[in-house]
Design a protein. Structure first.
Length: 170
């Protein structure tokens, strides 16, 4: 999820650390101070669209971006990718900066996929298995294969070669 950089740029690491305790091993935030109906020691934030958000001074902040700020002392200049694709897992070991393209590579097998293998589909004309991956927004055709296993190997190898550490096989 993309957040406007101005949403977090106005918050300093110092201010965030005065209000929140962040555990980089668990990814959990707790309040250090009582504020309104929120008590010190309680878990901070709420879930919206699968992401944890924490409201500070009337503004919502994505927890993964706050984790980056608190842990590194820097506002993230890029998107923050959840390595395991669990948008609520804000452990520091699960977060990395990523361009939009890199972040989009780290996605699971689409729900409409019928082969069960990301990047592999049945070619209706030939009855063979089509292998393709997306690179920088462009579909890269890898060929037709007699077996689903061969098509799966082709997409896996291409994804490793072209997507690097952001390769996700589904």
């Amino acid at each position: 999820m993309r957040q406007k950089s101005t949403d977090i740029d106005t918050l300093s690491q110092e201010t965030a650390k005065k209000l929140l305790c962040y555990d980089p091993l668990t990814g959990v935030f707790t309040w250090l101070v009582s504020r309104g109906c929120v008590r010190a020691g309680s878990e901070a934030g709420f879930d919206v669209n699968g992401y944890r958000r924490i409201r500070i001074n009337g503004r919502d902040h994505l927890a993964h971006r706050l984790a980056w700020l608190i842990h590194t002392g820097e506002n993230p200049s890029l998107q923050i990718d959840h390595i395991d694709m669990n948008k609520l897992s804000n452990r520091m070991s699960n977060l990395r900066e990523a361009t939009s393209g890199q972040n989009h590579r780290n996605v699971s097998t689409p729900k409409h996929n019928t082969s069960g293998i990301k990047g592999v589909s049945r070619d209706r004309k030939s009855g063979k298995w089509r292998a393709q991956i997306q690179v920088e927004g462009v579909q890269l055709y890898l060929g037709l294969f007699r077996s689903i296993e061969d098509a799966a190997v082709a997409v896996r190898e291409a994804r490793c070669r072209l997507h690097g550490e952001f390769a996700n096989h589904g």
